[in-house]
Design a protein around this ligand. Structure first.
Ligand code: PNW
Length: 461
Protein backbone atom coordinates (compact mmCIF):
# COMPACT_ATOMS: atom_id res chain seq x y z
CA UNK A 1 0.00 0.00 0.00
CA UNK A 2 1.32 3.40 -0.96
CA UNK A 3 -0.01 6.83 -0.33
CA UNK A 4 -0.40 7.27 -4.07
CA UNK A 5 -3.06 4.52 -3.93
CA UNK A 6 -5.28 7.16 -2.32
CA UNK A 7 -6.68 10.20 -4.15
CA UNK A 8 -4.27 13.11 -4.39
CA UNK A 9 -6.44 15.41 -2.27
CA UNK A 10 -7.10 12.73 0.38
CA UNK A 11 -6.43 14.29 3.79
CA UNK A 12 -4.28 12.38 6.27
CA UNK A 13 -4.04 13.74 9.78
CA UNK A 14 -3.56 12.95 13.44
CA UNK A 15 -6.09 13.58 16.22
CA UNK A 16 -6.07 14.41 19.92
CA UNK A 17 -8.43 15.90 22.52
CA UNK A 18 -7.93 18.72 25.00
CA UNK A 19 -8.28 16.95 28.35
CA UNK A 20 -6.22 14.02 27.17
CA UNK A 21 -3.12 16.07 26.31
CA UNK A 22 -3.17 19.66 27.57
CA UNK A 23 -2.61 19.47 31.31
CA UNK A 24 -2.35 22.98 32.84
CA UNK A 25 -5.86 22.53 34.18
CA UNK A 26 -5.56 25.39 36.65
CA UNK A 27 -3.80 27.90 34.45
CA UNK A 28 -4.90 31.13 32.86
CA UNK A 29 -8.35 31.05 34.38
CA UNK A 30 -9.48 27.69 33.02
CA UNK A 31 -12.61 26.50 34.83
CA UNK A 32 -13.27 22.96 36.00
CA UNK A 33 -14.83 20.43 33.72
CA UNK A 34 -16.80 17.29 34.47
CA UNK A 35 -13.66 15.26 33.81
CA UNK A 36 -11.67 17.14 36.47
CA UNK A 37 -14.39 16.10 38.87
CA UNK A 38 -14.89 12.55 37.62
CA UNK A 39 -11.16 11.73 37.60
CA UNK A 40 -11.18 12.36 41.37
CA UNK A 41 -13.97 9.89 42.11
CA UNK A 42 -12.29 6.93 43.83
CA UNK A 43 -12.20 3.95 41.51
CA UNK A 44 -13.31 5.85 38.40
CA UNK A 45 -9.94 5.76 36.65
CA UNK A 46 -8.00 2.51 36.31
CA UNK A 47 -4.67 3.91 37.54
CA UNK A 48 -6.14 6.59 39.80
CA UNK A 49 -4.64 9.35 37.64
CA UNK A 50 -6.02 12.67 36.37
CA UNK A 51 -5.36 14.82 33.31
CA UNK A 52 -3.85 17.58 35.48
CA UNK A 53 -0.52 17.29 33.65
CA UNK A 54 -1.16 14.76 30.87
CA UNK A 55 1.23 15.59 27.99
CA UNK A 56 1.73 19.17 29.16
CA UNK A 57 0.77 20.11 25.62
CA UNK A 58 -0.48 23.50 26.83
CA UNK A 59 3.18 24.45 27.25
CA UNK A 60 4.73 22.14 24.66
CA UNK A 61 2.36 22.68 21.75
CA UNK A 62 5.08 24.11 19.51
CA UNK A 63 7.16 20.95 19.88
CA UNK A 64 4.07 18.87 19.15
CA UNK A 65 3.42 20.85 15.97
CA UNK A 66 7.02 20.16 14.93
CA UNK A 67 6.46 16.44 15.51
CA UNK A 68 3.50 16.55 13.15
CA UNK A 69 5.50 18.45 10.63
CA UNK A 70 8.12 15.66 10.77
CA UNK A 71 5.37 13.09 10.25
CA UNK A 72 4.25 15.04 7.20
CA UNK A 73 0.53 15.10 8.00
CA UNK A 74 -1.85 17.38 6.11
CA UNK A 75 -4.16 18.13 9.01
CA UNK A 76 -4.47 18.02 12.78
CA UNK A 77 -7.72 17.45 14.62
CA UNK A 78 -7.61 18.85 18.17
CA UNK A 79 -10.35 19.92 20.54
CA UNK A 80 -11.04 23.18 22.26
CA UNK A 81 -11.56 22.97 26.01
CA UNK A 82 -14.83 24.76 26.70
CA UNK A 83 -13.76 25.68 30.28
CA UNK A 84 -10.69 27.49 28.90
CA UNK A 85 -13.05 29.71 26.92
CA UNK A 86 -15.92 30.04 29.37
CA UNK A 87 -14.79 28.85 32.82
CA UNK A 88 -18.34 28.44 34.06
CA UNK A 89 -19.95 27.77 30.70
CA UNK A 90 -21.38 31.22 30.11
CA UNK A 91 -20.36 34.79 29.40
CA UNK A 92 -17.57 36.52 27.57
CA UNK A 93 -14.69 34.33 26.41
CA UNK A 94 -11.37 34.34 28.22
CA UNK A 95 -8.71 35.96 26.11
CA UNK A 96 -5.99 33.55 27.32
CA UNK A 97 -8.02 30.58 26.13
CA UNK A 98 -8.71 32.04 22.71
CA UNK A 99 -5.06 33.10 22.38
CA UNK A 100 -3.82 29.59 23.12
CA UNK A 101 -5.88 28.04 20.32
CA UNK A 102 -5.01 30.91 17.97
CA UNK A 103 -1.28 30.35 18.51
CA UNK A 104 -1.78 26.65 17.91
CA UNK A 105 -3.84 27.14 14.73
CA UNK A 106 -1.39 29.71 13.37
CA UNK A 107 1.56 27.48 14.24
CA UNK A 108 -0.05 24.64 12.33
CA UNK A 109 -0.77 26.81 9.31
CA UNK A 110 2.82 28.06 9.24
CA UNK A 111 3.87 24.45 8.75
CA UNK A 112 1.23 23.75 6.16
CA UNK A 113 -0.98 21.70 8.49
CA UNK A 114 -4.70 22.43 8.38
CA UNK A 115 -6.29 22.82 11.82
CA UNK A 116 -9.54 20.96 12.44
CA UNK A 117 -11.18 22.00 15.69
CA UNK A 118 -13.65 19.91 17.67
CA UNK A 119 -15.77 22.08 19.94
CA UNK A 120 -16.87 19.39 22.37
CA UNK A 121 -14.65 16.45 23.18
CA UNK A 122 -16.37 15.78 26.52
CA UNK A 123 -15.06 18.53 28.81
CA UNK A 124 -18.33 20.16 29.86
CA UNK A 125 -17.83 23.04 32.32
CA UNK A 126 -18.65 21.65 35.77
CA UNK A 127 -20.82 24.70 36.46
CA UNK A 128 -23.19 23.57 33.69
CA UNK A 129 -23.21 20.04 35.07
CA UNK A 130 -24.23 21.53 38.40
CA UNK A 131 -27.27 22.94 36.62
CA UNK A 132 -28.21 19.56 35.17
CA UNK A 133 -25.68 19.06 32.37
CA UNK A 134 -26.88 17.39 29.20
CA UNK A 135 -30.17 16.42 30.83
CA UNK A 136 -31.07 20.11 30.49
CA UNK A 137 -32.20 21.53 27.20
CA UNK A 138 -30.53 24.78 28.16
CA UNK A 139 -27.08 23.17 27.90
CA UNK A 140 -27.63 22.96 24.14
CA UNK A 141 -28.17 26.73 24.08
CA UNK A 142 -25.05 27.32 26.17
CA UNK A 143 -23.10 25.17 23.73
CA UNK A 144 -24.32 27.25 20.79
CA UNK A 145 -23.28 30.44 22.54
CA UNK A 146 -19.80 29.03 23.20
CA UNK A 147 -19.55 27.86 19.57
CA UNK A 148 -20.51 31.33 18.31
CA UNK A 149 -17.89 33.04 20.47
CA UNK A 150 -15.15 30.68 19.38
CA UNK A 151 -16.10 30.95 15.72
CA UNK A 152 -16.21 34.75 15.88
CA UNK A 153 -12.70 34.86 17.31
CA UNK A 154 -10.99 31.99 15.52
CA UNK A 155 -12.95 31.75 12.29
CA UNK A 156 -10.15 33.41 10.35
CA UNK A 157 -7.63 30.67 11.24
CA UNK A 158 -9.89 27.66 11.64
CA UNK A 159 -12.32 26.77 8.87
CA UNK A 160 -12.92 23.06 9.59
CA UNK A 161 -15.17 22.54 12.59
CA UNK A 162 -16.55 19.48 14.32
CA UNK A 163 -19.33 20.23 16.77
CA UNK A 164 -19.43 17.07 18.91
CA UNK A 165 -17.11 14.14 19.38
CA UNK A 166 -18.96 10.84 19.85
CA UNK A 167 -22.24 11.83 21.47
CA UNK A 168 -22.87 8.10 22.08
CA UNK A 169 -20.00 8.07 24.58
CA UNK A 170 -21.14 11.28 26.26
CA UNK A 171 -24.69 9.98 26.62
CA UNK A 172 -24.37 6.25 27.21
CA UNK A 173 -21.01 5.98 28.98
CA UNK A 174 -21.76 9.22 30.86
CA UNK A 175 -25.37 8.56 31.88
CA UNK A 176 -26.05 4.81 31.55
CA UNK A 177 -22.92 2.75 32.36
CA UNK A 178 -21.25 5.55 34.30
CA UNK A 179 -17.83 4.72 32.90
CA UNK A 180 -17.34 8.31 31.76
CA UNK A 181 -18.09 11.69 33.32
CA UNK A 182 -20.46 12.63 34.84
CA UNK A 183 -20.58 8.99 35.93
CA UNK A 184 -24.31 8.55 36.23
CA UNK A 185 -26.02 5.17 35.99
CA UNK A 186 -29.63 5.95 35.24
CA UNK A 187 -30.04 4.22 31.90
CA UNK A 188 -33.36 5.79 31.05
CA UNK A 189 -31.84 9.26 30.93
CA UNK A 190 -29.02 8.50 28.49
CA UNK A 191 -31.18 8.99 25.43
CA UNK A 192 -32.43 12.30 26.83
CA UNK A 193 -28.81 13.41 27.11
CA UNK A 194 -28.28 12.19 23.55
CA UNK A 195 -31.13 14.35 22.29
CA UNK A 196 -29.79 17.45 24.02
CA UNK A 197 -26.29 16.78 22.68
CA UNK A 198 -27.68 16.49 19.16
CA UNK A 199 -29.73 19.62 19.71
CA UNK A 200 -26.52 21.32 20.81
CA UNK A 201 -24.97 20.21 17.55
CA UNK A 202 -27.90 21.71 15.63
CA UNK A 203 -27.74 25.05 17.42
CA UNK A 204 -23.95 25.21 17.18
CA UNK A 205 -24.14 24.46 13.47
CA UNK A 206 -26.50 27.39 13.06
CA UNK A 207 -24.17 29.63 15.06
CA UNK A 208 -21.12 28.62 13.02
CA UNK A 209 -22.98 29.27 9.78
CA UNK A 210 -24.03 32.69 11.03
CA UNK A 211 -20.49 33.57 12.09
CA UNK A 212 -18.67 32.61 8.93
CA UNK A 213 -19.54 31.91 5.34
CA UNK A 214 -16.38 29.88 4.81
CA UNK A 215 -16.76 27.50 7.77
CA UNK A 216 -17.00 23.81 6.91
CA UNK A 217 -18.99 22.19 9.66
CA UNK A 218 -19.54 18.56 10.54
CA UNK A 219 -19.99 16.34 13.54
CA UNK A 220 -18.29 13.12 14.62
CA UNK A 221 -20.03 9.87 15.53
CA UNK A 222 -18.40 6.68 16.76
CA UNK A 223 -19.87 3.92 14.64
CA UNK A 224 -19.46 0.18 14.94
CA UNK A 225 -19.79 -2.58 12.45
CA UNK A 226 -22.33 -4.90 14.09
CA UNK A 227 -22.93 -8.53 13.25
CA UNK A 228 -25.05 -11.28 14.81
CA UNK A 229 -23.05 -14.16 16.31
CA UNK A 230 -25.31 -16.80 14.81
CA UNK A 231 -28.30 -17.04 12.55
CA UNK A 232 -31.03 -17.28 15.19
CA UNK A 233 -33.77 -14.66 15.31
CA UNK A 234 -32.56 -13.76 18.79
CA UNK A 235 -29.08 -12.94 17.54
CA UNK A 236 -30.48 -10.94 14.62
CA UNK A 237 -32.56 -8.95 17.09
CA UNK A 238 -29.49 -8.41 19.27
CA UNK A 239 -27.63 -7.00 16.24
CA UNK A 240 -30.59 -4.77 15.35
CA UNK A 241 -30.62 -3.41 18.91
CA UNK A 242 -26.89 -2.69 19.16
CA UNK A 243 -26.74 -1.17 15.69
CA UNK A 244 -29.77 0.87 16.75
CA UNK A 245 -28.31 2.19 19.99
CA UNK A 246 -24.75 2.76 18.78
CA UNK A 247 -25.27 3.87 15.19
CA UNK A 248 -28.83 4.61 14.07
CA UNK A 249 -29.88 6.59 17.14
CA UNK A 250 -27.35 9.20 15.97
CA UNK A 251 -27.16 8.73 12.20
CA UNK A 252 -30.90 8.91 11.63
CA UNK A 253 -31.65 12.24 13.33
CA UNK A 254 -28.57 13.92 11.80
CA UNK A 255 -28.95 12.55 8.28
CA UNK A 256 -32.71 11.96 7.93
CA UNK A 257 -34.32 14.15 10.57
CA UNK A 258 -36.04 11.40 12.57
CA UNK A 259 -35.30 9.00 15.38
CA UNK A 260 -35.49 5.27 14.66
CA UNK A 261 -38.82 4.14 16.17
CA UNK A 262 -37.58 0.63 17.00
CA UNK A 263 -34.72 2.06 19.07
CA UNK A 264 -37.00 4.39 21.05
CA UNK A 265 -39.20 1.35 21.71
CA UNK A 266 -36.24 -0.73 22.88
CA UNK A 267 -35.35 2.12 25.21
CA UNK A 268 -38.94 2.48 26.41
CA UNK A 269 -38.54 6.19 25.71
CA UNK A 270 -41.05 6.74 22.92
CA UNK A 271 -43.21 9.01 25.07
CA UNK A 272 -40.30 11.19 26.20
CA UNK A 273 -39.21 11.71 22.61
CA UNK A 274 -42.74 12.40 21.41
CA UNK A 275 -42.98 15.16 23.97
CA UNK A 276 -39.47 16.59 23.96
CA UNK A 277 -37.96 16.05 20.52
CA UNK A 278 -40.00 18.55 18.56
CA UNK A 279 -40.18 18.88 14.79
CA UNK A 280 -38.27 22.09 15.20
CA UNK A 281 -35.47 20.27 17.06
CA UNK A 282 -35.23 17.63 14.37
CA UNK A 283 -35.12 20.22 11.62
CA UNK A 284 -32.20 21.83 13.38
CA UNK A 285 -30.41 18.55 14.09
CA UNK A 286 -30.73 17.50 10.45
CA UNK A 287 -29.73 20.82 8.89
CA UNK A 288 -27.19 20.19 6.13
CA UNK A 289 -23.64 19.57 7.27
CA UNK A 290 -20.55 19.76 5.08
CA UNK A 291 -19.17 16.38 6.11
CA UNK A 292 -19.71 13.59 8.59
CA UNK A 293 -16.84 12.49 10.80
CA UNK A 294 -16.73 8.84 11.79
CA UNK A 295 -14.57 7.37 14.51
CA UNK A 296 -14.06 3.71 13.75
CA UNK A 297 -12.22 1.26 15.95
CA UNK A 298 -13.90 -2.10 15.98
CA UNK A 299 -16.73 -4.50 15.34
CA UNK A 300 -19.35 -5.79 17.76
CA UNK A 301 -20.47 -9.40 17.43
CA UNK A 302 -23.60 -9.93 19.49
CA UNK A 303 -25.93 -12.67 20.61
CA UNK A 304 -29.09 -12.92 22.58
CA UNK A 305 -28.36 -13.89 26.18
CA UNK A 306 -30.19 -13.67 29.46
CA UNK A 307 -30.99 -10.59 31.46
CA UNK A 308 -28.30 -10.01 34.11
CA UNK A 309 -29.27 -10.50 37.73
CA UNK A 310 -30.19 -7.52 39.86
CA UNK A 311 -27.07 -5.79 41.13
CA UNK A 312 -25.08 -6.41 37.96
CA UNK A 313 -23.00 -3.40 36.81
CA UNK A 314 -24.98 -0.79 34.92
CA UNK A 315 -25.11 -1.41 31.19
CA UNK A 316 -24.23 1.01 28.40
CA UNK A 317 -27.17 -0.48 26.46
CA UNK A 318 -30.27 0.30 28.52
CA UNK A 319 -33.26 -1.83 27.58
CA UNK A 320 -30.95 -4.32 25.82
CA UNK A 321 -29.10 -5.67 28.84
CA UNK A 322 -29.71 -9.22 27.67
CA UNK A 323 -27.44 -8.76 24.64
CA UNK A 324 -24.14 -10.57 24.97
CA UNK A 325 -20.95 -9.28 23.32
CA UNK A 326 -19.18 -12.30 21.89
CA UNK A 327 -15.47 -12.80 21.28
CA UNK A 328 -14.88 -14.11 17.78
CA UNK A 329 -11.30 -15.18 18.36
CA UNK A 330 -10.03 -12.55 15.92
CA UNK A 331 -7.02 -10.57 17.18
CA UNK A 332 -7.72 -7.67 19.51
CA UNK A 333 -5.76 -4.59 20.56
CA UNK A 334 -4.79 -3.90 24.17
CA UNK A 335 -8.27 -2.39 24.65
CA UNK A 336 -9.71 -5.83 23.88
CA UNK A 337 -11.26 -4.32 20.74
CA UNK A 338 -11.40 -6.72 17.80
CA UNK A 339 -9.33 -5.70 14.78
CA UNK A 340 -11.65 -5.67 11.78
CA UNK A 341 -10.58 -3.25 9.03
CA UNK A 342 -13.44 -4.18 6.67
CA UNK A 343 -15.84 -2.90 9.30
CA UNK A 344 -14.59 0.58 8.49
CA UNK A 345 -15.99 0.16 5.01
CA UNK A 346 -19.27 -1.16 6.50
CA UNK A 347 -19.84 1.96 8.59
CA UNK A 348 -18.89 4.28 5.72
CA UNK A 349 -21.42 2.46 3.53
CA UNK A 350 -24.11 2.73 6.20
CA UNK A 351 -23.65 6.50 6.47
CA UNK A 352 -23.39 6.92 2.71
CA UNK A 353 -26.69 5.15 2.10
CA UNK A 354 -28.45 7.72 4.27
CA UNK A 355 -26.75 10.74 2.67
CA UNK A 356 -25.36 9.90 -0.77
CA UNK A 357 -23.88 13.36 -1.41
CA UNK A 358 -22.20 13.84 1.95
CA UNK A 359 -18.37 13.80 2.17
CA UNK A 360 -17.14 11.42 4.86
CA UNK A 361 -13.99 11.49 6.97
CA UNK A 362 -12.61 8.94 9.36
CA UNK A 363 -11.87 11.37 12.19
CA UNK A 364 -10.31 8.69 14.43
CA UNK A 365 -8.86 5.26 13.96
CA UNK A 366 -5.99 3.70 15.84
CA UNK A 367 -4.91 1.11 18.34
CA UNK A 368 -3.59 0.74 21.88
CA UNK A 369 -0.49 -1.39 22.30
CA UNK A 370 2.09 -1.53 25.05
CA UNK A 371 5.54 -0.30 24.04
CA UNK A 372 8.83 -2.01 24.40
CA UNK A 373 12.28 -0.79 23.47
CA UNK A 374 14.02 -3.11 21.04
CA UNK A 375 17.75 -3.86 20.67
CA UNK A 376 18.36 -0.78 18.50
CA UNK A 377 16.78 1.46 21.09
CA UNK A 378 13.75 1.97 18.87
CA UNK A 379 10.36 2.04 20.54
CA UNK A 380 8.64 -0.98 19.14
CA UNK A 381 4.89 -0.45 19.35
CA UNK A 382 3.85 -3.94 18.50
CA UNK A 383 1.24 -4.36 15.84
CA UNK A 384 0.26 -0.69 15.54
CA UNK A 385 1.82 -0.25 12.10
CA UNK A 386 0.04 -3.33 10.84
CA UNK A 387 -3.24 -2.04 12.26
CA UNK A 388 -2.79 1.32 10.56
CA UNK A 389 -1.73 -0.11 7.23
CA UNK A 390 -4.72 -2.45 7.20
CA UNK A 391 -7.03 0.51 7.82
CA UNK A 392 -5.35 2.63 5.15
CA UNK A 393 -6.07 -0.30 2.85
CA UNK A 394 -9.70 -0.27 3.95
CA UNK A 395 -9.79 3.46 3.17
CA UNK A 396 -8.41 2.74 -0.29
CA UNK A 397 -11.07 0.02 -0.78
CA UNK A 398 -13.81 2.39 0.35
CA UNK A 399 -12.69 5.00 -2.18
CA UNK A 400 -12.44 2.34 -4.91
CA UNK A 401 -16.01 1.32 -4.14
CA UNK A 402 -17.12 4.89 -4.80
CA UNK A 403 -17.68 5.92 -1.18
CA UNK A 404 -17.01 9.65 -0.72
CA UNK A 405 -14.28 9.16 1.87
CA UNK A 406 -12.11 12.28 1.81
CA UNK A 407 -9.69 11.79 4.67
CA UNK A 408 -8.45 9.79 7.62
CA UNK A 409 -7.10 10.88 11.03
CA UNK A 410 -4.93 8.62 13.18
CA UNK A 411 -5.77 8.37 16.86
CA UNK A 412 -3.46 9.48 18.21
CA UNK A 413 -0.51 11.77 17.59
CA UNK A 414 1.01 10.82 20.94
CA UNK A 415 0.31 8.75 24.03
CA UNK A 416 -2.18 10.48 26.27
CA UNK A 417 -4.63 10.21 29.13
CA UNK A 418 -7.00 7.52 27.95
CA UNK A 419 -10.11 8.48 29.97
CA UNK A 420 -11.21 5.72 32.35
CA UNK A 421 -7.92 3.91 31.59
CA UNK A 422 -5.78 6.83 32.65
CA UNK A 423 -2.18 6.52 31.48
CA UNK A 424 -2.40 2.72 31.30
CA UNK A 425 -3.26 2.58 27.60
CA UNK A 426 -1.06 4.09 24.88
CA UNK A 427 -2.52 5.06 21.49
CA UNK A 428 0.31 7.29 20.27
CA UNK A 429 2.51 7.27 17.21
CA UNK A 430 4.84 9.18 19.48
CA UNK A 431 5.81 7.83 22.89
CA UNK A 432 5.50 10.15 25.87
CA UNK A 433 7.57 9.58 28.99
CA UNK A 434 5.24 10.96 31.64
CA UNK A 435 8.09 11.62 34.10
CA UNK A 436 10.17 13.76 31.75
CA UNK A 437 7.60 14.67 29.05
CA UNK A 438 10.12 13.50 26.48
CA UNK A 439 8.50 12.68 23.15
CA UNK A 440 9.97 9.85 21.07
CA UNK A 441 8.51 8.77 17.74
CA UNK A 442 7.79 5.05 17.76
CA UNK A 443 8.39 2.61 14.95
CA UNK A 444 4.85 3.28 13.68
CA UNK A 445 5.63 7.01 13.42
CA UNK A 446 8.55 6.21 11.14
CA UNK A 447 6.28 4.08 9.00
CA UNK A 448 3.68 6.85 8.79
CA UNK A 449 6.33 9.42 7.83
CA UNK A 450 7.65 7.16 5.08
CA UNK A 451 4.14 6.33 3.93
CA UNK A 452 3.18 10.00 3.71
CA UNK A 453 6.31 10.81 1.71
CA UNK A 454 5.30 7.88 -0.48
CA UNK A 455 8.65 6.30 0.23
CA UNK A 456 6.99 3.34 1.74
CA UNK A 457 9.35 0.80 3.25
CA UNK A 458 8.88 -2.79 2.17
CA UNK A 459 8.71 -4.00 5.73
CA UNK A 460 6.41 -2.80 8.42
CA UNK A 461 8.02 -4.81 11.21
C1 PNW B 1 -12.70 7.58 21.53
N1 PNW B 1 -16.05 2.63 24.09
O1 PNW B 1 -13.22 7.15 22.74
C2 PNW B 1 -12.40 9.03 21.80
O2 PNW B 1 -12.90 9.96 20.88
C3 PNW B 1 -10.97 9.30 22.14
O3 PNW B 1 -10.90 10.44 22.95
C4 PNW B 1 -10.36 8.06 22.79
O4 PNW B 1 -9.10 8.29 23.31
C5 PNW B 1 -10.35 6.99 21.71
O5 PNW B 1 -11.63 6.75 21.19
C6 PNW B 1 -9.77 5.67 22.17
O6 PNW B 1 -10.55 5.12 23.19
C7 PNW B 1 -13.91 6.00 22.99
O7 PNW B 1 -15.95 2.20 25.28
C8 PNW B 1 -13.88 5.54 24.30
O8 PNW B 1 -16.81 2.08 23.26
C9 PNW B 1 -14.60 4.44 24.66
C10 PNW B 1 -15.36 3.78 23.71
C11 PNW B 1 -15.41 4.25 22.40
C12 PNW B 1 -14.67 5.36 22.05
Amino acid sequence: MRRSDLPEDFVVGTATASYQIEGATREDGRGESIWDTFARVPGAIADGSTGDVADDHYHRWAEDVRLMSDLGVDAYRFSIAWPRIQPDGTGAPLKAGIDFYRRLAEGLRERGITPWATLYHWDLPQALEDRGGWLQRDTAMRFADYAAQVADRLGDVVTDWITLNEPWCSAFLGYASGHHAPGRTLGSTASHAAHHLLLGHGHALEALRASSSTARVGTTLNLYSVQPAGDSDGDADAARRIDGLSNRLFLDPVLRGSYPADVLDDLGETAWFAENATDDDLRRISAPIDFLGINYYSRHTVASGSTPAAGAPASAYPGSEHVRFVRTGAPVTEMGWEIHPDGMVDVLRQAHELAPELPLYITENGAAYPDRVDEDGVIDDGARTEYLEAHFEAARDAVAEGLPLRGYFIWSLMDNWEWAWGYSRRFGLVHVDYRTQKRTPKRSARWVADFLRDAVPASRG
